[in-house]
Design a protein around this ligand. Structure first.
Ligand code: ADP
Ligand code: MG
Ligand code: ZN
Length: 496
């Protein structure tokens, strides 16, 4: 029998294969507003600690919260983009617990009446679309941040930075529809893409604007009932989400295989060890004693407000992908690459508007441009090659002024210097040689020098034709028009 351990390491693949995981994600996104959820302080990341506070977000007695209209609008935009039904009436509740980073002793959140429910999100799982249910979207405020400094006991301090306290968040809860760590990864990718396209959040995971908790259970394949779940917190990157899930699934299978039971608990992912560790069990679980917040009015979203948000909604990634396939004849794969980020999709369309053929633009952007951005760690917005510059370059290739391989060299120079293609081509003497006389004299010299290969060609070895083309191209520094080289060589070899 295969050896199993409760830590999950070394479980035989055939044992793992007996089980299926069930995963649901709870994602928090910070809304891109100028002020906090219930006061006029800035929620900006990175300001000096405790400089963006007021009686409301510090929880001073008697201070009264007022809902930020922009936060509501962004929360509605996310809800609609995620195909949720917006509730006409929702309500803020107090989620009571004591923690140093929560000065009021409660967090303002939504509980029994969330903002929106019953949505879905389509994710790409190994090339196939799968719909993942969204249970609900609700609004809440963030807590402050505990900071710990120092290394030894004589020099160790803890501080609280209240700048984050009261920052506006939405929580997006998925149905337990995900089955593998890869699906969870794809879900978070699609969700982040939508939140970025709609400018609901900047989704910066390092700064904590996008946070993810994962609920995981396992069951034997074919079983109908869900297993007991554990919640894994602290997944602040896509890589950690995937690794933590892989580890947690194996751990749970290990526990069950060795005759144990999964306890319902909250676990913390430790990125240093790659393991999940218990944080608190359900026995010590919080009883938050939720009740409606008497300081805030219920939220009433009428048809007019919903319509207003719908009208202002930008084109979503899925719609844009479909349009790129339909209008420009791109493959699904290319459309996916080009719509991965809104700025990239807009770059592509700007190049097409500037006259670039769509398919060529798609190829050059997804290989040359993305490759160079990746190598240099730059964003599309920092690219020295403008959409117009790319269109100009493609026109020069199209017209035969330069070859495609010279075009790549020109592109590299454009990326480095920001110069226009015409300027680079002139300075480098890159213009393609279409002068048939020049090509012919080089071709004749090469044929004369390679009598052995000529004999092979005469004997029917078509393969050596490529050799001759290569030699001519090399001699002409890659600047000869390839079609002309082909035609001229065929003629000369035929006559020889
Ligand atoms: P809780 O009351 O413990 O917070 P919820 O029912 O609110 O649980 O669900 C929280 C999250 O856990 C949701 O994303 C949901 O999809 C997911 N979930 C619920 N049951 C399971 C399960 N058995 N296995 C995995 N995930 C689950
Ligand atoms: Mg919950
Ligand atoms: Zn404030």
């Amino acid at each position: 029998m295969a050896k199993t351990t409760t830590e999950g390491a070394g479980i035989a693949p055939e044992v793992l294969a007996k089980y299926e995981a069930v995963i649901g994600l709870e994602v928090h996104a910070q809304l891109l507003t100028a002020t906090k959820a219930f006061c006029a302080c800035s929620p900006r990341f990175g300001d000096p600690p405790n400089t963006n506070t007021c009686p409301v977000c510090l929880g001073l007695p008697g201070a009264l919260p007022v809902l930020n209209g922009k936060a509501l609008e962004l929360a509605l935009r996310a809800s609609i983009a995620l195909n949720c039904e917006v509730q006409e009436r929702s309500r803020f509740a107090r989620k009571n617990y004591f923690y140093p980073d929560l000065p009021k002793g409660y967090q303002i959140s939504m509980y029994e009446l969330p903002l929106a429910t019953g949505g879905w999100l389509e994710v790409d799982v190994a090339g196939a679309a799968k719909r993942i249910g969204i249970t609900r979207v609700h609004m809440e405020e963030d807590a402050a941040k505990n900071l710990h400094e120092g290394f030894d006991d004589s020099d160790r301090y803890s501080y609280i930075d209240f700048n984050r306290c009261g920052a506006p968040l939405i929580e997006i809860v998925s149905e337990p529809d995900l089955r593998t760590p890869a699906e969870a990864h794809a879900y978070l990718t699609a969700l982040k893409q939508i939140l970025l396209y709609t400018e609901v959040s900047d989704c910066n995971m390092e700064e904590g604007s996008l946070r993810c908790d994962a609920n995981v259970s396992v069951r034997l394949r074919g079983a109908v009932k869900f297993g007991t779940k554990a919640e894994v917190k602290n997944l602040n990157s896509f890589r950690f989400l995937q690794r933590a899930l892989e580890h947690e699934i194996e751990r749970q299978i290990g526990v069950i295989e060795s005759g144990g039971k999964i306890s319902q608990e909250t676990r913390l992912y430790n990125s240093a060890t790659g393991r999940t560790e218990p944080m608190r069990s359900k026995e010590f679980a919080h009883d938050y004693r939720y009740f409606p917040d008497p300081d805030l009015l219920p939220v009433h979203v009428d048809a007019k407000l919903q319509e207003q948000v719908r009208t202002g909604m930008p084109e979503l990634p899925a719609a844009r992908r479909a349009r790129f396939i339909g209008a420009y004849g791109l493959t699904g794969y290319d459309a996916g690459v080009l719509t991965a980020a809104r700025a990239l999709a807009e770059y592509f369309e700007a190049a097409v508007r500037a006259g670039a053929p769509a398919k060529a633009a798609a190829n050059w952007i997804s290989t040359e441009l993305l490759g160079r951005l990746n190598d240099t760690g730059k964003e599309i917005g920092d690219s020295n090659v403008s959409p117009t510059g790319l269109a100009e370059l493609l026109a020069k290739i199209e017209s035969g002024e330069i070859t495609a391989s010279t075009g790549k060299k020109v592109f590299a120079r454009m990326f480095e210097s920001g110069k226009a293609p015409a300027e680079i081509i002139a300075a480098e003497g890159y213009s393609q040689i279409s002068d048939t006389g020049a090509i012919e004299s080089v071709a004749r010299a090469i044929v004369a020098k390679n009598s052995e290969n000529l004999a092979k060609y005469k004997a029917g070895n078509e393969g050596v034709f490529k050799f001759f083309v290569g030699q001519v191209m090399r001699e002409m520094r890659g600047q000869a028009n390839p079609q002309a080289v082909n035609e001229i060589l065929k003629r000369i070899l035929g006559e020889a």
